[in-house]
Design a protein around this ligand. Structure first.
Ligand code: 0O2
Ligand code: 0O2
Length: 210
């Protein structure tokens, strides 16, 4: 690859554009006083060293990166509740400013490591001075609990170069189970809050009648 900066420039632009668009959605929810399904958004262009490692690991020739490496541009949406993930996925599906080419549901079907997240792969059009260029972007949607687990596991993988010792792996499996339980508990609380809000509204309506 002669010039990484030039190659990665549209990926950087796509990440920045998507972050702005997704943060815009969060702000619209906040303004309408509705529960926002987006807690925060992060994004990154894959560092060159990680691109080279992954290309080697997956046997991807460097001149095929743009078609075969789906996460050169990565955007992550983190939510409070598991239910928010479905809301976000529906929202993403309804948009016309990019095309979804693949969805991977690692929530229904978690990875052997214990990893849970919902992944969408998009062809995202970037406007350049030589015309439109469609690039691949990976969108990851996960809860705060899933994000906590994935962040820790990612660091351990880095520390142990992918060879996490068995006892640590066992702990991670248990931690993944605990994160799953935490999401379930929080969902219950969410329902309680929604019910409380319905009771308050009903009471206010009744008081208005008398
Ligand atoms: P705000 O006002 O804090 O919401 P950036 O270019 O800075 O917008 P970037 O480069 O992706 O985004 O930065 P980073 O460090 O990945 O974090 C992105 C945003 O996510 C930052 O907010 C962080 O504050 C926010 N963030 C990261 N972790 C958490 C978390 O655990 N909880 C919450 N609520 N937010 C988190 P912004 O975009 O700077 O704006
Ligand atoms: P980064 O930038 O370090 O996060 P593969 O890369 O072979 O595992 P594939 O087919 O390219 O998988 O796509 P997949 O698994 O849908 O998505 C890959 C990305 O999902 C990873 O990026 C991680 O961000 C995240 N991910 C997938 N599995 C795990 C896991 O077991 N633990 C954690 N912590 N994250 C996971 P990269 O390539 O690791 O890059």
């Amino acid at each position: 690859m002669s010039n990484w900066d030039v190659f990665l420039a549209p990926y950087k632009q796509a990440v920045e554009e998507l972050k702005i668009k997704l943060k815009g959605i969060r702000e619209q929810y906040q303004m309408s006083s509705k529960h926002t399904p987006i807690e925060f958004v992060t994004g990154r262009v894959k560092p060159i060293s990680s691109i080279l490692d992954k290309a080697k690991r997956k046997n991807i020739p460097l001149d095929c990166l743009q078609d075969e490496m789906q996460d050169l541009a990565g955007v992550r949406i983190v939510c409070q509740f598991v239910e928010d993930i479905e809301t976000i996925v529906q929202l993403i599906r309804s948009r016309s400013d990019f095309e979804i080419i693949e969805e991977r549901d690692y929530i229904m079907d978690k990875k052997p490591s214990g990893y849970r997240s919902y992944h969408l792969v998009l062809w995202y059009p970037v406007q350049t001075i030589v015309g439109e260029k469609k690039i691949l972007v990976e969108l990851q949607v996960r809860t705060l609990a899933m994000n906590f687990w994935a962040t820790i596991e990612h660091s351990l993988n880095y520390k142990y170069s992918g060879e996490i010792p068995e006892d640590v792996k066992d702990r991670l499996q248990r931690a993944a189970e605990a994160a799953f339980k935490l999401d379930e508990e929080m969902s219950q609380i969410r329902d309680e809050v929604k019910e409380a809000q319905r009771i308050i509204i009903r009471k206010q309506e009744e008081q208005g009648k008398t």
